[in-house]
Design a protein around this ligand. Structure first.
Ligand code: HMH
Length: 206
């Protein structure tokens, strides 16, 4: 199996992850009050956990993929600082509690390190690819959000996602982890959709 095939094989689920009223709101500047700020605070928690995941996967990764993890770690480290700066500018408190959708996603990230490497790498690729496509769908973005659309629209980010896909394809080549990779891909798609829903304030549980 090739990682990229998963998108066509699960096109409905993938749609849900990458097209959402939240992203239309970013594009048109019609987001409800507080939605963007909620997304920002919750996504910073996500990025912090994702950074932890990359650090845990690095030592067990094949030698030829280690570079990719190292550049991913550097990029996420910088991104975390960028999130913190954005939050400061907006006077947002970073000590907020994770929402239910965030909690589910953080738990998923923590568990990924125990998955077979090809499946974990496929999930990581799906996570990044989802953001690449989602923010593209919000392009060019209302002016107050444009910086965010541009953040995930750089050629560097697209190249990183492409490198993850190549690495996932190499890892999947034996076929042994295909079933697990497929299941994790679907989980990522669902978690991404729920994350957008949460940002719009749906399904809040306090
Ligand atoms: C929810 N998915 C979510 N947040 C992110 N920052 C990314 C993917 C990309 O790292």
């Amino acid at each position: 199996m090739k990682a990229g095939d998963l998108i066509g094989n699960h096109s409905r689920a993938w749609e849900g992850a990458t097209s959402h009223p939240f992203l239309e709101g970013v594009r048109d500047g019609t987001l409800p009050e507080g939605a963007f700020e909620r997304w920002l605070v919750q996504d910073r928690m996500f990025v912090e956990e994702e950074l932890g995941l990359l650090r845990r996967l690095l030592p067990g990764a094949p030698r030829r993929d280690q570079n990719l993890f190292e550049s991913g770690i550097a990029a996420l480290e910088e991104e975390l600082g960028w999130f913190e700066e954005q939050a400061r500018r907006r006077n947002l408190t970073l000590s907020a509690r994770p929402e239910r959708a965030t909690e589910s996603y953080l738990r998923f990230l923590r568990a990924l390190a125990y998955e077979p490497y090809p499946a974990a790498l496929t999930a990581l690729w799906a996570i990044e690819r989802a953001y690449l496509e989602a923010w593209r769908n919000a392009s060019p973005g209302a002016c107050e959000y444009r910086e965010f659309v541009e953040h995930w629209s750089t050629p560097e980010f697209a190249a990183f996602v492409a490198s993850l896909e190549e690495a996932a394809d190499r890892a999947l080549a034996t076929g042994e982890a295909d079933e697990r990779a497929d299941a994790l891909f679907l989980e990522v798609a669902d978690l991404e959709r729920r994350f957008w829903e949460m940002a719009l304030g749906e399904g809040r549980s306090g």
